[in-house]
Write a protein that binds this ligand. Structure first.
Ligand code: MSP
Length: 517
């Protein structure tokens, strides 16, 4: 069965990971977890991009071999993904043999086909971005992307016939309106293609650290051409029979490539053209998200304002950090990161709202009912039409509108806290036990639904909550059925086992004073 195949960019290993990298990977993780929750077999790929002149340069400066450098830095990425509870199914490194073989095979196939040919290339080259720019692209004679110096370079090079795919690409965009996402970024790509595509230089004779062209080893494959291929390598393209790799037909085409806006063009123009040349199906969607600045300024090493995800996790915990990234800014838009805002949301939304709701419900249940949920079946009044509510959540998740999912969850949370304030169950006497039971079950029912909906964002804390509510098993395996049932019937009753007992534990989120002040 075809799996839902989701990818992140593969990250350059010339530098250590920061929140920008963490953002894309967590977004992919949220989507992958949502898909699994919905019962869809899913394959989630991330990895590292390890070739190119820049890497060789950094290795030389550190007096180690490029291979040593890429091993060290790639490890920093995979370790960070473990810290951030990323549930990727594979981690691809472009220096791995499985990948090198596929890049070489693809290069030779396209060369034979005539879609790759030899010529000369001359233009302005940015070493940092490993990209050539035409004179017109330069900004104040500097690299339009990073602002660094560029040099005029001429070299013998192989070219990919990108120009041949101008019309097929435009036809494809027109026939597949969901391909370029979000919609507000589509025109930029369409206009770029309409303005005419130049053939793309896809080999370098100056660079040594890369995949050699088998039929002409003086050349190595251009790092972007090499990197984009990772998506099919990991899916098992051209894999030997009997290998442990996935079956290509089960994964390809990718359902969504998640990328930052600055590499949208590579994924929305060059990659689909390469796939057309290979006569492979195209991905269903390329989604470009925005960029984070930090307290209003572009993140940069020289400014010393690069945010290290490890620091945020150490201070606020993994789940609040993951939550914040999608709560603060609509996914797709640019946003500004500030620790003050993270602390604010942590305290007001997680500690005071969600944490308090849990604490109050559980405490009163323990006090009055020995923690036993007094009713085995309950239709939430606060959710309103549960069917419509869950359908909205599903629609937002599927559209990658993660901020809207969180907004719906948060407003339900607020409503429930208001409800508990109004009903003041702590004032209800022993003779009003029935009413007390109704109030508490409403809260517990809402919390059960919220724990499921929020679990893709906060997997560890929501599992803790799930267990705290007396539920059994893993939320990622059990939760989907609840949502599906709610979606089938508008007034579906949320059920609890007879004798199901909530557990009074430590607060889910402790209020923080904050080291920032
Ligand atoms: N190696 C290429 C991608 C090849 S994919 C076939 C690359 N690597 S990168 O290390 O520079 O990572 C780029 C990605 O990191 C961006 O696309 C984006 O997903 C993420 N971000 C890097 N800085 C970012 C911000 N300041 N804000 C948000 N995301 C950013 O490009």
């Amino acid at each position: 069965m075809k799996k839902f195949y989701i990818t992140t960019p593969i990250y350059y290993v010339n530098d250590v990971p920061h929140i920008g990298h963490a953002y894309t990977t967590i977004a992919a993780d949220v989507l992958a977890r949502w898909k699994r929750l919905s019962g869809q077999p899913t394959f989630f790929l991330t990895g590292t991009d390890e070739h190119g002149a820049k890497i060789a340069q950094v290795a030389e400066a550190a007096k180690i071999s490029p291979q040593q450098l890429v091993d060290q830095v790639s490890r920093k990425f995979s370790d960070l993904w473990t810290t951030l509870t990323i549930s990727n199914d594979d981690f691809i490194r472009t220096s791995e043999e499985r990948h090198v073989k596929v890049v070489q095979a693809i290069f030779e196939t396209l060369k034979k086909k005539g879609d790759i040919y030899k010529g000369f290339y001359e233009d302005w080259y940015c070493l940092s971005d490993e990209t050539y720019f035409s004179e017109a692209d330069l900004v104040d004679k500097k690299c339009p992307q990073c602002g660094r110096d560029v040099n005029k370079l001429k070299e013998e090079s192989y070219f990919f016939k990108l120009s041949k795919y101008e019309k097929p690409l435009l036809d494809f965009y027109a026939a597949h309106p969901a391909f370029l996402s979000p919609k507000n970024r589509a025109n930029e790509i369409i206009n770029f293609v309409k303005s005419g595509l130049r053939d793309l230089s896809v080999s370098r004779s100056r660079v040594k650290w890369g995949v050699p062209v088998p039929s002409d080893p003086a050349h190595v494959v251009y790092v972007w051409f090499d990197a984009l291929i990772n998506y099919v390598t990991a899916a098992g393209f051209k894999a030997e029979r009997g290998s442990s790799k996935p079956d290509f037909a089960d994964l390809w085409p990718a359902d969504v490539h998640l990328v930052g806006k600055e590499i949208f063009r590579f994924h929305a123009v060059i990659w689909p053209a390469m796939l057309m040349a290979l006569e492979l199906p195209l991905p269903l969607k390329v989604f470009a998200h925005g960029w984070w600045t930090v307290e209003g300024t572009k993140m940069s090493k020289s400014l010393g304002n690069v945010v290290d995800p490890h620091t945020m996790v150490a201070e606020y915990g993994v789940d609040p950090f993951r939550y914040f990234l999608f709560r603060e800014v609509p996914f797709g838009s640019d946003g500004d990161f500030s620790e003050k805002s993270l602390l604010g949301r942590y305290n007001s939304e997680l500690a005071n709202n969600l944490g308090n709701l849990v604490q109050r419900s559980v405490t009163i249940l323990v006090k009055n009912f020995d923690g036993v949920i007094p009713v085995t079946s309950h239709t939430s009044v606060l959710m309103g039409d549960g069917k419509a509510w869950v359908a909205g959540i599903r629609r937002d998740f599927e559209a990658l509108a993660f901020g809207d999912v969180l907004e719906s969850a948060f407003s339900l949370m607020i409503k429930t806290n208001k409800f508990i304030d109004e009903k003041a169950p702590w004032k209800l006497g022993i003779d009003q036990k029935k009413e007390l039971a109704q109030v508490l079950v409403e809260c517990v029912a809402v919390l059960k639904v919220l724990s499921v909906v929020l679990s893709p964002f906060m997997p560890t804390k929501m599992q803790e909550l799930w267990v705290g509510l007396g539920e059994k098993g893993l939320i990622e395996q059990e939760g989907g059925a609840l949502l599906a049932a709610l979606e089938r019937e508008p007034a579906f009753s949320i059920s609890f086992e007879a004798g199901q007992t909530v557990k009074k534990g430590d607060p889910l989120f402790m209020r923080k004073g904050g080291r920032w002040k």
